[in-house]
Write a new protein. Structure first.
Length: 231
């Protein structure tokens, strides 16, 4: 398998941290990013692998995103895999019919625009290298098929992220840039809670699978555990 440079957002804990670990074990150079310097240093220590590098990144901060774009270009000469993992606000306490729109906007700022901002930053590098794998970590809660009420900020922002996946995939296919959405399933993390049936290792596997897709692999699709699911 081709060894690549990968960047994972929101990787100080939960699924992101495990994605970093699995990609690093597979031999890639992995940039573990998170918004807090101390938490990032701790995560780096916990992983303890020489091919993992840490950089601060707040995906809602345009300056922080621009800075990491410059850093990655200078240090690594390009980026092959972008894992948009950071996500917030599983808003079970509100409904679409009574939602706090400020709270919904905040959710969109991270779950949709944060991912989009990073993609825009790294597309030129990926196009230049005629290679790229973009994984948008989404959720079954964002699938239009069978969608019900509740978790409005989270569900609608993930549905929008899925739409972004489709549009980008269509626009970038000719550059061997594959863009897919992946649902990790219900995973035991701060977001998923302790009752979730899946481990972070199980949740991360499908994300790593999509990041390592070979050329000619699927693009513009939605997967769980490497199997296509409905948007
Ligand atoms: N767990 C599940 O059952 C489940 C199910 C479906 C989908 N997902 C998706 O899987 C992804 C990872 O979820 P998780 O369960 O691992 O969640 P988590 O444990 O809550 O971790 C979320 C991560 O995102 C980071 N983050 C939040 N806002 C950020 C920002 N502005 N800039 C950079 N990082 C930011 C957090 O950093 P801080 O530590 O600084 O807050 C944290 O590292 C999310 O996109 C989530 O929607 C999870």
């Amino acid at each position: 398998m081709k060894k690549n440079v990968a960047l994972v957002t929101g990787a100080n804990r939960g699924i992101g941290l495990e994605v970093v670990r699995q990609l690093a074990v597979n031999g890639h150079q992995v940039i573990l990013t998170c918004r807090n310097f101390d938490k990032g240093q701790e995560a780096l220590k916990e992983i303890g692998l020489a091919n993992v590098h840490f950089h601060v990144l707040d995906i809602t901060d345009a300056r922080s995103v621009k800075e990491i774009g410059n850093h990655v270009e200078k240090q690594f000469g390009g980026l092959d895999m972008l894992i948009n993992n950071a996500g917030i606000n599983y808003d079970t306490w509100q409904q679409a019919s009574n939602a706090d729109l400020e709270n919904v906007k905040e959710t969109f700022e991270a779950n949709l625009f944060g991912a989009w901002r990073l993609i825009l930053t790294f597309i030129p590098l990926m196009k230049r290298n005629k290679y790229g794998r973009i994984v948008n970590v989404s959720s079954g809660a964002g699938a239009l098929e069978g969608m019900k009420g509740g978790t409005p900020g989270y569900g609608v922002s993930k549905a929008a992220l899925n739409a972004l996946t489709i549009k980008l995939a269509s626009e970038l296919m000719e550059f061997d840039i594959l863009v897919n959405s992946v649902c990790p399933g219900w995973v035991r993390t701060e977001m998923g809670g302790s009752n979730a049936p899946r481990s972070t290792a199980q949740g991360a596997e499908g994300i790593v699978w999509a990041a390592e897709l070979p050329s000619g692999g699927p693009t513009g699709k939605f997967f769980r555990d490497g199997k296509e699911i409905h948007f």
